[in-house]
Design a protein around this ligand. Sequence first.
Ligand code: APR
Length: 226
Amino acid sequence: MKKVVILTGAGISAESGIKTFRDSDGLWENYRVEDVATHEAYLRNPQLVLDFYNARRREVFKAKPNEAHRQLVRLEEKYDVRIITQNIDNLHEQAGSTNVLHLHGELTKARSDRNENLIIDIGEQDIHLGDKAPDGAQLRPHIVWFGEAVPNIEPAAKLCEEADFFVVIGTSMNVYPAAGLIHYVPQTSPCWLVDPKAVPISRTIKIIQEKAGTGVKRVVDELLSL
Ligand code: APR
């Protein structure tokens, strides 16, 4: 089976009602990254950071996968499909995609703030100050904050090296190392980009300048017809 590797960002979940980060009225218009999404912020004001992610988790649990998430599941009829997502929601999994690698963590998980490998499932529960991991340390969101290492970047880069086809959906390609993954994709492998905005990408790529809800179907139809 040929391998389709898909890199998704906040844009694929926009039509499910989840705010993106950098669009007008995006999350970073209303919050400062350095107040809620860094380890320093968590040390300074853990309550504010926990509240921010508790709010994100509630938002996700109200949301449902949209047409774009569902279209990607269809691809599994014919391809070995690997989704690399920057998103911390679980909408790809809810739609039924079977291979999803989260680069920036997952809202449905928490971890010890002393041991990054001690991760537990919390589902839709809030995290409160005083909630303890099995090692007795405070639980924190299982989220990769700005300035922290991205543990899944190596397996993601390996997947990109093996991609027969590569599709980028709904990301402004502002955040590294995720935005650099495309450079691991073989030059001979066809690539597509679905985004309503013009996203700068320095390689040959077929651009579908549409929202994910309609644009992803076009790519999926094309891939299934090959
Ligand atoms: N369909 C497809 N794309 C859309 C849609 C839509 N309906 N609506 C918006 N977009 C596009 C925007 O045009 C933009 O290019 O989604 C992209 C969203 O970009 P960002 O808000 O920067 O989100 P993302 O690229 O996922 O951010 C990367 O930044 O703050 C961090 O950790 C956070 O994982 C996130 C990372």
